[in-house]
Design a protein. Structure first.
Length: 236
């Protein structure tokens, strides 16, 4: 287990991220003194769908999935996030409950900024509020695109797109000459694609037989990103 040390905003690797980059030195001092930080193990819930939106979460280290459980009881992953990303601000701005849940995909350190302190920054720092609105608009645009893809793309194409999405999101430090390996469960892939786990497993076998991916247990290695891209954009 990683030794947990509560991070400060000034020393955060995401200091130049869109939101933190908008903050003055004294505002970073203020956030550091009012926020709380917690170490989450893989599979731990960071916040729960339906619970009051008491603040905003920022990932200092690690990866997480943001998902929603529908009326059918099935999980649907709406976003993948990593260090520097913020979560829960949509519900915070609306003043209601979280519409989604966030769960750690690996050991992660996550900071929590209480709602009153976020609102104070919104009121006092115009650049911060504008950036938050831009993030909100981007998330809404992504949600609309996802709805369209679910409506018109077959599952085979959506799975190729999901594999590439995981690669784009989590491959920032991988060596470019090495194939990207996903430590991503079949259940999570199914929740990301919007289909059954059995369908994902069958299609992954097809991709493996075609030489597009390789598998080792739960791990998936992408061998041919170009072919995945061709499959994913077939109906674009």
């Amino acid at each position: 287990m990683t030794r947990f040390i509560s991070p400060t905003c000034h020393s955060c690797p995401s200091r130049q991220s869109p939101l933190l980059g908008c903050c003055l030195s004294e505002e970073l001092d203020f956030i550091t003194t009012t926020k709380s930080s917690q170490l989450y193990q893989k599979g731990q819930t960071i916040y729960q769908q339906g619970s009051p939106a008491l603040g905003m979460y920022c990932i200092h280290q690690g990866k997480a999935k943001v998902s929603k459980v529908g009326g059918d009881g099935k999980e649907h992953i709406t976003q993948l996030v990593q260090h520097g990303d913020v979560m829960g601000f949509q519900a915070l701005l609306a003043g209601g409950a979280y519409a989604t849940s966030a769960v750690a995909l690996e050991e992660s350190i996550v900071c929590f900024v209480p709602r009153p302190d976020v609102l104070r920054l919104i009121q006092s720092n115009r650049q911060f509020s504008n950036t938050l609105l831009q993030l909100l608009a981007a998330r809404l645009g992504e949600a609309q695109e996802r709805m369209l893809r679910l409506a018109y793309k077959p599952v085979r194409e959506r799975l190729a797109e999901a594999l590439l999405l995981v690669q784009r999101t989590f491959d920032s430090v991988a060596a470019p000459t090495e194939p990207f390996t996903l430590a991503f469960s079949r259940e999570d892939l199914a929740a990301l694609v919007g289909t059954a786990k059995e369908t994902v497993s069958r299609l992954l076998t097809d991709y493996k037989d075609a030489g597009i991916i390789a598998t080792r247990g739960s791990q998936i290695m992408i061998l041919d990103s170009a072919r995945l891209l061709a499959i994913s954009t077939r109906y674009d």
